[in-house]
Design a protein around this ligand. Structure first.
Ligand code: UGA
Length: 430
């Protein structure tokens, strides 16, 4: 099939690479000359395992093309995907300006019947808005349909998630749109849910919100575990073994971050406020998420006897989760900022997000590995659970540190064994 994808962020570029890999001809449309030139040279705009190889292989084979020119791409496409950003505005509502611009640009060069599919996470009703915009700007004789096809990939496992999704959701009412989207997704061979456009839009927000609720629930239980002597990891294993609950996304820590959960929870709160429903559950989810950060900082202060001025704080992990260089809404930023304001000297390391982190936090020190962070540190904070931190030589870390204190924000170490090695160790909820 011939496909255009507007946007080359996580959703756009991953979808473009995967659809090309499945045998389609894909045009990926961007708006910055430099980024498009880089993509043509094989330079990715972000780190994602396996993506560079898949993009370059399909680009070389001529199945994946990059362009700034809508006309060139859209004129030959039967499916056009909108995969642009919908960042939050100050009031929590999603900013739809990039979606609106994409719709206008598509309209101005639609030559023949095509289906315009929104993959960006958008408020309920946005696809109808896209339809109105295209109708207003297109040539009178051209027919088109719209569809919503929300994306459920996670950063860090984006290719795997796209090739093996738990489900594919197709929100469309026009039979031709459903037919084309089913044909496109046929090789993926996954459960497919065909529904109305509004339902598809709601599924995306509901999914991200419920996952955020699960994380905040685990964090809230961890607060109680600390007061009662229970172990939150065992509690989560205990409840997660119940198939009705499930074990996934019940890992407590320093709270959820990234470009999706914080934004989408805020957006659904705002949508629901507008519809006259006070979504208390989601408001509490946000509060607990902030509390997870605050409590982590409080623990660090306590472990430093509340004397932070001049203390050397080592930070392991900066990205909002492992296997990505994405720093958007990363809990590390909030934690470092508070400790810095209290006078701590921060030295940090992350396996892949150092470039992005340095731009955001130029005033902290960086080390080239975990041992460099540990050297002379008064405390070591684990903020992102990269695999390489799970395999550290802890006796060596202990020797390097000024004081052997570990505050483990992701529960990657065994408390008993770590204490046996002579560390003062604290995790989350255990
Ligand atoms: C999330 C969803 O999981 C995807 O399904 C969705 O497609 C994507 O948002 C999106 O809307 O684009 P992502 O933000 O890449 O994906 O990463 P997650 O693995 O969901 O993690 C989000 C945050 O929650 C991270 O900060 C992570 O550390 C935290 N988390 C996750 C926990 O604190 N505990 C958990 O048990 C799971």
């Amino acid at each position: 099939m011939k496909i255009s994808i507007i946007g080359h962020g996580y959703v756009g570029l991953v979808s473009a690479a995967v659809f090309a890999d499945l045998g389609n001809t894909v045009w990926c449309i961007g708006r910055t000359a430099e980024k498009i030139a880089n993509l043509k040279k094989g330079i990715m705009p972000f780190y994602e395992p396996g993506l560079e190889e898949m993009v370059n292989r399909n680009f070389t084979a001529g199945k994946l093309n990059f362009t700034l020119d809508y006309q060139e791409a859209i004129s030959s496409s039967e499916l056009i995907f909108i995969c642009v950003g919908t960042p939050p505005q100050k009031n929590g509502e999603a900013d739809l300006s990039q979606v609106e611009t994409a719709a206008k640009n598509i309209a101005s060069c639609l030559p023949k019947y095509s289906v315009v599919v929104t993959k960006s996470t958008v408020p309920i009703g946005t696809n109808k808005l896209v339809q109105e915009i295209i109708n207003r700007h297109k040539n009178d004789n051209v027919r088109f349909d719209i569809a919503s096809c929300p994306e459920f990939l996670r950063e860090g496992s984006a290719l795997k998630d796209t090739l093996n999704p738990d489900r594919i959701v197709i929100g469309a009412s026009a039979p031709q749109a459903v037919k084309l989207l089913l044909e496109l997704h046929r090789p993926i061979n996954s459960k497919t849910i065909i529904t109305s456009i509004e339902t598809a839009e709601m599924i995306k927000y509901a999914a991200n919100s419920l996952l955020s609720v699960k994380i905040s629930f685990a964090n809230a239980i961890s607060f109680l575990c600390e007061k009662t002597g229970a172990d939150v990891e065992e509690v989560m294993e205990g409840i997660g073994s119940d198939k009705r609950i499930g074990r996934r996304f019940l890992y407590p820590g320093v709270g959820y971050g990234g470009s999706c959960f914080p934004k989408d929870v805020k957006a659904l709160i705002s949508i629901s406020d507008k519809l006259g429903y006070d979504f208390q559950l989601l408001k509490s989810t946000e509060d607990i998420n902030q509390e997870a950060v605050n409590r982590f900082v409080q623990k660090a202060l306590k472990l430093l006897d509340n004397k932070v001025e001049g203390k050397k704080v080592g930070v392991l992990g900066l990205a909002f989760k492992p296997n990505t260089d994405d720093m958007r809404e990363a809990p590390s930023i909030k934690i470092i900022k508070i400790l810095q304001e209290l006078g701590a000297e921060i030295k940090a390391y992350d396996p892949v997000s150092m470039d992005n982190a340095t731009k955001l936090m130029p005033d902290i020190k960086y080390a080239s590995d975990a041992y460099g962070v540990a050297r002379e540190a008064d405390i070591l904070l684990i903020i992102t659970e990269w695999n390489e931190f799970k395999e550290l030589d802890l006796p060596k870390i202990k020797k390097l540190m000024k004081k052997p204190i570990i505050l483990d924000g992701r529960n990657i170490y065994n408390p008993v064994e770590t204490k046996k090695l002579g560390f003062i160790y604290q995790g989350i909820g255990r």
